[in-house]
Design a protein around this ligand. Structure first.
Ligand code: PGA
Length: 239
């Protein structure tokens, strides 16, 4: 695991956007795995800036998002489809049909999860996966547990995740209790992974992640120690 510590959130976001833009320049047909949440917002802003300066072209880029809440459709402002359109896709030249986000309204989540992983495979697999990390060590919505899903599937959210994410909702009761998420296997198949972490609230989990000498499903991000191309970009507050 390579670790880059930046002065602040802005520099973390710029560094991440620089790497994404460089990878797109190397491969215009790149397949990106994308996260939602507060952490990557600055990176998306920087990528939009680069697009506006003609420094990056998203015409042929394909994207697969990590997760979506079960029960929220794309018109719901709390859905991750809405977040991605508003935060990023609507501001760059990526064709909407190239953007994929798990469908939170799907009737057959098991069949759908398999299809989502198959779609990723059909594109040639994820070249660059960007991740955030939960204060409980989750990546995507793979919550600490005795076992973790390999492929994309429906999961129950933990109390700590519901509490963390309630800041985006009117009330904690409005936070969905389930999500459809890419599995640990889907994530580990990515050729290159960047994990972003910012702020004091991530300090404790980053300390655990970077100093652990074993992998455990109770710290899902620890599985990333088994991948051979992971770069952590974190700001000083998270260090
Ligand atoms: P955050 O979420 O970026 O809003 O902190 C990260 C995550 O839960 O994976």
């Amino acid at each position: 695991m390579k670790v880059i510590v930046t002065k602040n959130y802005e520099d973390m976001s710029k560094k991440a956007a620089d790497i994404v833009a460089e990878e797109i320049k190397k491969n215009k047909n790149i397949v990106l795995g994308l996260p939602t949440g507060g952490t990557p917002k600055g990176m998306y802003k920087e990528l939009i800036n680069k697009y506006n300066k003609n420094e990056v072209d998203f015409s042929y880029v394909k994207t697969f998002n990590l997760d979506e809440y079960v029960g929220l459709d794309g018109n719901n402002p709390n859905s991750y489809r809405y977040f991605m359109n508003e935060t990023f896709f609507d501001h760059v030249n990526i064709p909407k049909e190239n953007t994929h986000i798990p469908d939170g309204m799907v009737k057959d989540p098991d069949g759908y999860g398999k299809m989502y992983d198959e779609m990723i495979k059909q594109t040639g697999g994820i070249d660059l996966q960007i991740l955030g990390i939960g204060t409980n060590g989750h990546i995507a919505f793979n919550e600490p547990d005795e076992a973790l899903g390999i492929g994309t599937s429906v999961v129950e959210l933990t109390k700590s995740t519901i509490e963390s994410n309630s800041r985006f909702f009117d009330s904690i009761d409005d936070v969905p209790k389930k999500a459809i998420t890419m599995g640990i296997g889907s994530i580990m198949k990515a050729k290159k992974i960047i994990l972003l972490a910012s702020g004091e609230s991530k300090k404790e989990i980053m300390n655990k992640l970077l100093n652990t000498t074993s992998v455990t499903t109770y710290l899902p991000a620890s599985l990333l120690h088994l991948h051979n191309d992971v770069t952590v970009i974190m700001d000083e507050d998270a260090n």
